[in-house]
Design a protein around this ligand. Sequence first.
Ligand SMILES: Nc1ncnc2c1ncn2[C@@H]1O[C@H](COP(=O)(O)OP(=O)(O)OP(=O)(O)O)[C@@H](O)[C@H]1O
Ligand SMILES: [Mg+2]
Length: 246
Amino acid sequence: MISSAPPLLRLHDICFRYGPENPAILRHLHLEIGQERIGLVGPNGSGKTTLFQIIVGLLPLERGEIVLNGQKIREEKDFRGLRRQVGFLFQNADDQLFSPTVLEDVAFGPLNLGLSPEEARDVALHTLKELGLAGFEHRITHRLSGGEKKLVSLATILSMKPRLLLLDEPSNHLDPGTRNRLIEILQTLPQAALIISHDWDFLARVTNRLLSLDHGHLHPCDHEYLHTHQHLHTYGNHPHQHGETQ
Ligand SMILES: Nc1ncnc2c1ncn2[C@@H]1O[C@H](COP(=O)(O)OP(=O)(O)OP(=O)(O)O)[C@@H](O)[C@H]1O
Ligand SMILES: [Mg+2]
C-alpha cells in the first residue's frame, strides 16, 4: 500500500559551512525521518551537532530545504513553530538548563506553550515522575550531577510533548544503571527520534536504523553486525553479565 502522508521531517540538499574561510561541513545532505528511531554516528567534528542546530534554526542554512510535515520551514517564525514539535536535547546539559530550580526549568516549556502556571507545574511534576526524578523539583539546577542534569534536560524537552526528539549524546556521563534506565525510558516513549551517540550498544537498543555522517554526507550503516572485541569492565572483575549491562 502506498502512503501519501509526508515524512515527519525531510531535509533536502542541505549545505553548510562555518563562514567562507572554513571547509564545508554538510554537503548536499538528504534525510527523511518518519515514525522511527534513527541512530546518528560519525567521527568527532563530522558535523552531527551542527546538523541538529541547523534543523532547529540555531544555525542558518547556506542552501537546501527543511520540510516538517509537508510544510517548508523558511523563516524564524516557521522555526519557532518547528521548535514546538521538535525537542532538542543539547550535547552539553549546561547549555540547556538555565533556571534556578529543576521545576522552573521543566515548567518553562509548557508555560511557553500557553499553559497556565498550575497546568505547567502539573505537567512538569508528571514528567519528572515519569523519568524517575520525583522529589527533584526543588533541587538547585546548577548543583545537580552531570547525569542528573542530562535527565532533567530530557524532562525539559518531554514536558513539551514534541513529535520528534533530537537527542545529542543522551547517554554521555551516565553510570551503567542510569544508562539502562534511560534506555528503558526511550523504549517506552512514543516519539520518533534522531539520536547522536558514540555508544553503539546504546543505539542498538533504542534505534531501528543507523546512519553515519562522514565527509558531509549521510551513509546507511548495518544496524546489527556480529563481532567480538576486547573490552574493559567499568567495575573491574566484579561479577557481571554481558548484554544487558556494561
Ligand atoms: N562556531 C564555529 N565556528 C567554526 N567552526 C565550528 C564552529 N562550531 C563548530 N565548528 C567546527 O565544525 C565541525 C563540526 O562540529 P560539530 O560540533 O557539529 O561536530 P560533531 O560531529 O557533533 O562532533 P562530536 O562528536 O565531537 O560532538 C568541527 O570541526 C568544529 O570544530
Ligand atoms: Mg557533537
